[in-house]
Design a protein around this ligand. Sequence first.
Ligand code: ADP
Ligand code: MG
Length: 627
Amino acid sequence: MGWGALWLALGAAAQLAGRAPLATAAFACAIACSIRQPARLAWLSIRSRRLDINALMVIAVAGAIALGDWWEAATVIWLFDVAEWLEGWTVRRARAAVRAAMAIVPARARVRRDGAEQDVPARDVRVGDLVIVRPGERIAVDGTVHRGMATVDQSPLTGESWPVEKSPGDTVLGGSINGHTAFDLMATACATDSAASRVLQLIEDAQARRAPTQQFVDRFARRYTPGVVLVAAAITVGGPTLEAAGLIAPAAAGPWSIGGAVAAWGYRALMLLVAACPCALVISTPVAMMAALTTAARRGVLVKGGAQLERAAGITCVAFDKTGTLTHGRVTVTGIVGVGGVSAHGVLGVAAALESRSEHPIGRAIVTHARAAGVAVGDGDDFRALPGLGAEARVGESDVIVGSHRLFEERRLCTPALHAEFEAMAEGGATTVLVGRGGEGLGVIGLGDAPKAAGAGAVAGLRAAGVRHVALLTGDQACTAERLGAGFGLDAVHADLLPADKVARIEALRAAYGPVAMVGDGVNDAPALAAADLGIAMGTTGSHLTIEAADVTLVGDDLEKLPDLFGLSRRALSVIRANVAIALGVKLAFMAAAVLGVTALWMAVLADSGASVIVTLNSLRLIRAPK
Ligand code: ADP
Ligand code: MG
């Protein structure tokens, strides 16, 4: 491009100085510098019988040379080169930013070596290691089920989104996502590059999700471009014919000759060809999308694709999950009470043995507390998460269950003694879970979790960004949820919800307030995220299942980024509208002018490339859009 510019400038100088042969040579060099790539692509497009922009450009250049107009030929192809380069640059920039952002998502695994559990980077897992897989986790390496049953979602690898049942001995692929059970996996391959390559694959998928717009434009170009070539040919032949027949006035001045008429009409036809290039239209949407996605990624907001960003622009209602989303998810145990003579330590030991396999913040808090209190944490079998309710497992000889008051009511496990302790603890604002063993109530555990300091600001920011209704959807009890909701200035609080209830709530919110975004972190939020118009997952505390179901991932779990996302998506949409208007407007004006013969070829090129560049620069504004 640089050399092309130099030769073009030399040629122009020579031309103005009246040194025509020198100028022609310089312009020829300029053309040689810029035409290689378009010529190659044009050749490919002609061979596959799908004329594209490159073919139009090469035809236009050849035509201009045939007419002896070297300056214009060189300008056409150089401007085209510049526009192409600008477009490629935007895409490269966006890709690099997305790659960098994706690398932040951790890929670690829990392995059991020499009887001890260790948290290691996925690439350090060796063949033969026992990997402990928790509910909702992305599986780090390829392996076979060693102990337990699994239901895995292989859609990241295979595209088929139905969960597949796996029993001991079955193969499970790294990169697939575990369902609601915990199981042990025997690694059969190391993750050295496979984990990394799959993350990269996901990025490529994200790029491919722009495809609908692109496909539309391609299909359009496939019919449109040959059409334009036909019209241009018709003008070249038809114009002189009509002139010869005396039906229209000659286009060229001076005495009439067939050669002069063909040259004059050929020139108009070339102008039509160049003016008709839908370059600016083709790049009007994807470049703006890429720019916006890049900006978002740089701020730690990973949007899966252009379609998702477009949906973000229309959101009028936002629903939040509580634990891990509005609170830090760093849950701590604040109190333990046993009933019927069971000691606090006894309650803790039983609950911790069950929760040792849980991925839920409550489960992890109980295990951490038990370890800190010096209570031996046993091992449970057949762990099963009851999303939004609690969890159950076999510990030793008996069935153990830990979960919400609602769960104990449903299972008829809530004795009056247990209920009284629950009420007393919940009154104090603690999230309270009940513990039962073999059908008997053992006690209650109270838990606290700090609200995120940024929450209230984020809610205010959302309102400023045009969101009309902000709600809280949680599986926790009402009194804890309402306290939090009041602190954050939320419009509504819906408590005691199961994952399915959250889905129903999303639908009700949509009916009342329009397109809904759901923000969540846990496995239990995945259905609601999928049901919402826009699913937003926490990238750090969020489970892989949730991130997979989401359209948007907040890499650093920062709620303050949310208003940014909506602001940015709205700006992106208005930039795209402006781009389409610019591209179409310039196009139509010049096509009309070309047929009427009132413009010059270089003007048509400048208009076309100019529109492309304006559209690209307009899109790049999104990369530097103010916060
Ligand atoms: P949120 O909607 O706030 O993220 P969840 O839906 O994850 O909350 O959980 C709702 C309730 O279910 C919790 O408040 C707790 O009572 C119970 N619960 C869920 N998972 C567990 C678990 N692993 N151990 C104990 N209780 C649990
Ligand atoms: Mg949660």
